[in-house]
Design a binder for this molecule. Structure first.
Ligand code: PLP
Length: 463
């Protein structure tokens, strides 16, 4: 971005430089319900509260930055997905979005299953008591050791992602005297994005076995021949942060097409189909996500219609939402450190975290909403950029945001909808310590993942 495009000069209060943002909201103190966890509100002093606990008390007790997670909201969203899909379908929470033992217990209690994609995620799930048969194991390069652990533990399914893996999983299962339930992940040539989908040329990626050129059909042939495998179905995952159902429609059409070919060639009707995850959430008030019951209805209708067309029994459907369950349930609480107004441009607001606790802005150009939460303010809006404390100019948390122009060091601000892919992607860049995850519920707060300490850092450094 070139500075010269915005020559420095006196800034008019109501003129802002160009950028990806809409006009300042009418009321900077308002909390848009779409982007905040369900129990979030402001108390009579104007301080944001969540789960009945105010953020000043949370900052006092747990420090900043911290991820604050609304447990009731998490459970409610998990339950809404479970209820929407009913007894004839399975909901697997995608653990990579955010996984901890408390989360595993909540999921277990709410009747959800769990996707893992590494030995570490598997260990977390098992150690928190998730029954192995409710775990699905994913990944494009599972090690033989991971496969061994998964089969030995008795995971409900392994999603096969390559020809090598078909053979590896079969061998390991046989060596353990088991027959492993598996699905084959196929690449249907559809990639869905937030507001569109593209139905060509997206087989150029590392996941899955392409439908094109008969590769997926060949994978099915091989899997059906191996004694160590029980092929229970096909799997497709088309993308992330999706609002438009048409990508799922094309994917389901193609997956069911292969189910039909399998029936015609082998005389077997595979009993399951997994349509993956990827359902979008509201990061800003412009985003308009669908409710789980609408998604369940749409997906069930699509699969049923396709199967009727192909004269197949409708298979048991499973889905794998990650972001849609945990994303909206948490926000990151930061303390404002320094404030730099750049004339004619914007004001840089530095917080006590940054790209180490939220890499998504740098990685995907993600958009977020942010608010002053330790008080309300009637000051005019200023165009701000919320940045971190790292040695990187791309260390941006919120690229364009309006905050009150009386913002001051020591104020608390919250970046919302950071429940998914923030703590799980957190790093130690600059030896910054990873923030805790604090669950709040009914007036109580509880650390579910503690803050990293310098001792933790030094323990790994054994030179
Ligand atoms: C990442 C992933 C998901 C979850 O995606 P969300 O966008 O968090 O819903 C589900 N299934 C598979 C196979 C994935 O890789």
């Amino acid at each position: 971005m070139s500075r010269s495009a915005h020559p420095a000069g006196p800034r008019h209060a109501d003129v802002f430089p160009e950028g990806h943002y809409s006009a300042p909201p009418a009321d900077l103190n308002a909390l848009h319900p779409k982007v905040w966890a369900h129990t979030v509100t402001r108390n009579t002093d104007g301080v944001l509260t969540v789960g009945g606990v105010d953020v000043a008390a949370l900052a006092e007790e747990h420090g900043t930055p911290a991820y604050i997670l609304d447990e009731a909201d998490f459970r409610e969203r998990a339950r809404a997905w479970r209820t929407a899909f009913g007894a004839d379908a399975d909901v697997f929470y995608a653990g990579k979005a955010f996984l901890s033992r408390a989360v595993v217990r909540w999921l277990h209690e709410e009747g959800l299953n769990l996707d893992v994609c590494s030995g570490g995620e598997l260990a977390t799930a098992l150690s928190a008591g998730m029954p192995a048969d409710r775990i699905a194991f994913h990944g494009n390069n599972k090690s033989v050791e991971e496969i061994h652990r998964a089969i030995d533990a008795g995971v409900g399914r392994i999603v096969l992602d390559s020809f090598q893996e078909i053979v590896r999983v079969a061998h390991v299962a046989q060596s353990l005297g088991k027959r492993q339930r598996v699905q084959i992940r196929i690449t249907v040539g559809v990639e869905a994005h937030t507001h569109e989908f593209i139905a060509t040329a997206h087989e150029d990626q590392k996941f899955g076995i392409p439908l094109a050129g008969g590769q997926a059909a060949e994978a099915v042939r091989r899997a059906l021949q191996l004694d160590g495998l029980e092929l229970i179905g096909l799997h497709s995952h088309i993308g992330s942060q999706i609002f438009d159902m048409s990508g799922f429609e094309v994917a389901a059409h193609r997956v069911v097409g292969l189910l039909k070919d399998i029936r015609d060639e082998h005389g077997v009707e595979l009993p399951e189909i997994d349509l993956g995850g990827g359902l979008g959430i509201a990061y800003t008030s412009d985003d308009d996500p669908r409710e789980p019951h609408e998604i369940a209805k749409a997906l069930t209708e699509i699969v049923t219609r396709e199967c009727e067309g192909a004269r197949l029994r409708t298979p048991r459907i499973s889905v794998e939402p990650g972001r849609a369950i945990v994303g909206p349930t948490a926000f990151t609480l930061y303390e404002v450190g320094t404030i730099k107004p750049l004339d004619g441009l914007r004001t840089y607001v530095s917080v006590d975290g940054g790209m180490s606790d939220n890499i998504r802005t740098a990685l995907y150009d993600a958009e977020y909403s942010v608010a002053l939460v330790s008080r309300t303010s009637d000051a005019a809006p200023m165009l701000a950029r919320v940045v971190g404390k790292h040695c990187e100019s791309g260390d941006i948390v919120v690229k364009d945001a309006f905050l009150p122009s009386d913002l001051a060091p020591g104020d608390l601000i919250a970046v919302t909808a950071t429940g998914a892919y923030c703590r799980s992607m957190a790093s130690n860049y600059n030896h910054v310590l990873r923030p805790p995850v604090v669950a709040v519920r009914e007036g109580e707060s509880r650390v579910i993942v503690r803050r990293e300490t310098e001792e933790d850092l030094l323990r790994l450094d054994v030179g």
